[in-house]
Design a protein around this ligand. Structure first.
Ligand SMILES: *Cc1c(COP(=O)(O)O)cnc(C)c1O
Length: 320
């Protein structure tokens, strides 16, 4: 366990670093959701986090640890959206330059928000171009420090603070359901849950169209896939990371998948019943409980609602 990229202490240190800057988001319950599933569900509402997703935690935790020289040069990031906004906002708060590489088909609201936070946006084609290559080239040319969306110990530790707050508030859950893309959120969650809730079943939930993590854990190696076509744009990752994979392999019990149609049902539930906008990717964990993909009846279940950034027009189209 000591050879993993992050420890519980790293998450605790991240919690101190982001205190007073990140929101301590509410944990919500719904008697309707409990009746539907026969479980006690606790939703950690990271859709209400600053910039609308948990990614602010990892972004700020990373930039706050830059050396004076790195701060002077600024930060570069590539992202389908929420990491971009997280880095852009964190950079603004810390007075740094930020350059963000985004897919040209990213939700307009995310591109606009990233520019709105004062970042310079560079667009690319996610189906034909390689964002890692573009990022590394610009970083080298312009003296920027690259912060990847998930595969970085400071990012992973920051993301773990959401689960730390959740367990501090509700106590040890029996099951923890976590949206899964590249595994930053899940690795932070797993390190915290293993420490504070040793008996907890830790489950990652990814889109059916892109079950690379499920396959990676089954095969014991990082499986690479083509960019999956799914409405869960925050989880359109092609592979787990060199830092996240070992943490998941060691600490996570299971990875399950849900379909786009099931994500839409969950979005409708949150809007209709709980008066909340949760983006498709943010619904992954909840959909696993609602569909019975993970057996939750009779259990105390922590569920991370990871984000709420979606165009209203797109939201209306999906739930129509
Ligand atoms: C990035 C993101 C995820 C996936 O997080 P990883 O750390 O890449 O696994 C899930 N939900 C939302 C809303 C996101 O923005």
């Amino acid at each position: 366990m000591t050879d993993l990229a992050i420890s519980f202490d790293d998450v605790a240190a991240a919690a101190r670093r982001i205190a007073g800057v990140a929101h301590k988001t509410p944990v919500l319950t719904s008697s309707t959701a409990d009746a539907l599933t026969g479980a006690s569900l606790f939703f950690k509402a990271e859709n209400l986090q600053r910039m609308g997703a948990f990614k602010f935690r990892g972004g700020y935790n990373s930039l706050a640890q830059f050396t004076p020289e790195q701060s002077k040069g600024g930060v570069i990031a590539y992202s389908s959206g929420n990491h971009a906004q997280a880095i852009a906002l964190s950079a603004r708060l810390l007075g740094m330059r930020a350059v963000i590489i985004m897919p040209e088909d990213a939700p307009a609201i995310k591109i606009a928000a990233t520019r709105g936070y004062g970042a310079e946006v560079v667009l690319y084609d996610r189906y034909t171009e390689n964002r890692e290559e573009i990022g590394n080239r610009l970083a080298a040319e312009q003296g920027l420090t690259l912060i990847p969306p998930y595969d970085h110990p400071h990012v992973m530790a920051g993301q773990g603070t959401a689960t730390l707050e959740l367990i501090e508030e509700i106590g040890a859950p029996d099951i923890l359901l976590v949206p899964l893309g590249g595994g930053g959120l899940l690795s932070g969650a797993a390190v915290v849950a293993r420490k504070l809730a040793p008996g907890c079943r830790i489950v990652g939930v990814e889109p059916e169209a892109g079950n690379d993590a499920q396959r990676s854990l089954a095969e014991g190696r990082i499986v690479h896939i083509d960019t999956p076509r799914t409405i869960a744009d925050g989880a359109q990752t092609q592979h787990l990371g060199n830092f996240t994979f070992p943490v998941l392999k060691e600490l996570v019990d299971e990875v399950v998948t849900v379909s786009d149609a099931e994500l839409v049902e969950a979005m409708k539930f949150f809007a209709g019943r709980m008066k909340m906008l949760v983006e498709p990717t943010g619904c992954l964990g909840a959909a696993a409980a609602f569909t019975g993909r993970v057996a939750v009846a009779g259990r105390k279940v922590g569920i991370l609602l990871s984000g709420g950034n979606i165009d209203l027009a797109r939201f209306a189209e999906l739930i129509a």
